[in-house]
Design a protein. Structure first.
Ligand SMILES: Nc1nc2c(c(=O)[nH]1)N[C@H]1C(S)=C(S)[C@@H](COP(=O)(O)O)O[C@H]1N2
Ligand SMILES: [Mo]
Length: 224
């Protein structure tokens, strides 16, 4: 099994998880405002020039020979892709903004990779598929409605601003969903599961909003 070659460096940062859970309980950073999507900076966010690193503390090292992407669940044509097979899919480059729930936004990130739409065309979700669940090599999980995964600006990206995405930012391959808070953009993606049912992930079961629209400031689960 290729998994034997994946090394998980570090360990779950319990203190970080505890404090982020506390933020959710306290409703920290909430401004109570909404903004139209035509406004570039969502409420309560500030623009940064750097690209902060946020994760659970577990950083997987996935050698290219051991890398697999499983795309399965409620689809007509499930696939398991090796790196070369993934890289042979039609490729796209896109410039999008990042909005993290911890209140930083980073404009104009140039991603290269495969669009969610290209992947959807490959596996053909059944009409019964309504949700997409991301499973990552570090055990992280997160969930989005299929309609949001199918948005035109959603990517499975291997490159950022012309460079391969480094391990700290989720390389070799990560999800990028610009219109939702960045915790929905799974790093080190391993499995994309199409599902009839919703399956709240790591942060969604720890006080964070199930949907996470930055313009409606859906940081935590007491908002709708
Ligand atoms: N696999 C995985 N993906 C993840 C996370 C994680 O811990 N593991 N953290 C999420 C959170 S909370 C954020 S804000 C972004 C951070 O991405 P970055 O470190 O590249 O800025 O990744 C998201 N995707
Ligand atoms: Mo985050």
């Amino acid at each position: 099994m290729a998994d034997d070659d994946v090394t998980l460096y570090g360990g779950l940062k319990d203190k970080l998880v505890d404090s982020k859970q506390k933020w959710a309980e306290e409703g920290r950073l909430l401004t109570g405002k909404t903004a139209p999507p035509s406004e570039r900076l969502p409420p309560g966010q500030r623009q940064v020039e750097t690209w902060p690193v946020l994760d659970l503390g577990i950083k997987p090292e996935i050698p290219i020979h051991a890398w697999r992407l499983f795309v399965d669940g409620e689809v007509e044509a499930p696939v398991t892709l090796k790196w070369d097979e993934f890289r042979a899919l039609p490729r796209t480059a896109l410039m999008t903004d990042i909005h993290c729930v911890t209140a930083w936004s980073r404009y104009d990130n140039k991603w290269e990779g495969v669009t969610a739409r290209a992947l959807i065309a490959l596996v053909k979700p059944k009409a019964s598929a309504q949700h997409v669940i991301f499973h990552s090599y570090d055990t992280y999980k997160t969930n989005v409605p299929l309609a949001d995964f199918a948005a035109e600006d959603v990517m499975l990206a291997w490159s950022w601003n012309g460079e391969p995405i480094g391990r700290e930012h989720g390389g070799p391959l990560r999800v990028v969903i610009p219109k939702l808070y960045f915790w929905k953009s799974a790093k080190w993606i391993k499995r994309i599961e199409f599902s009839v049912f919703d399956k709240p992930g790591f942060w969604e079961t720890r006080g964070y909003h199930n949907y996470g629209d930055p313009w409606r400031e859906q940081r935590y689960d007491e908002e709708d």
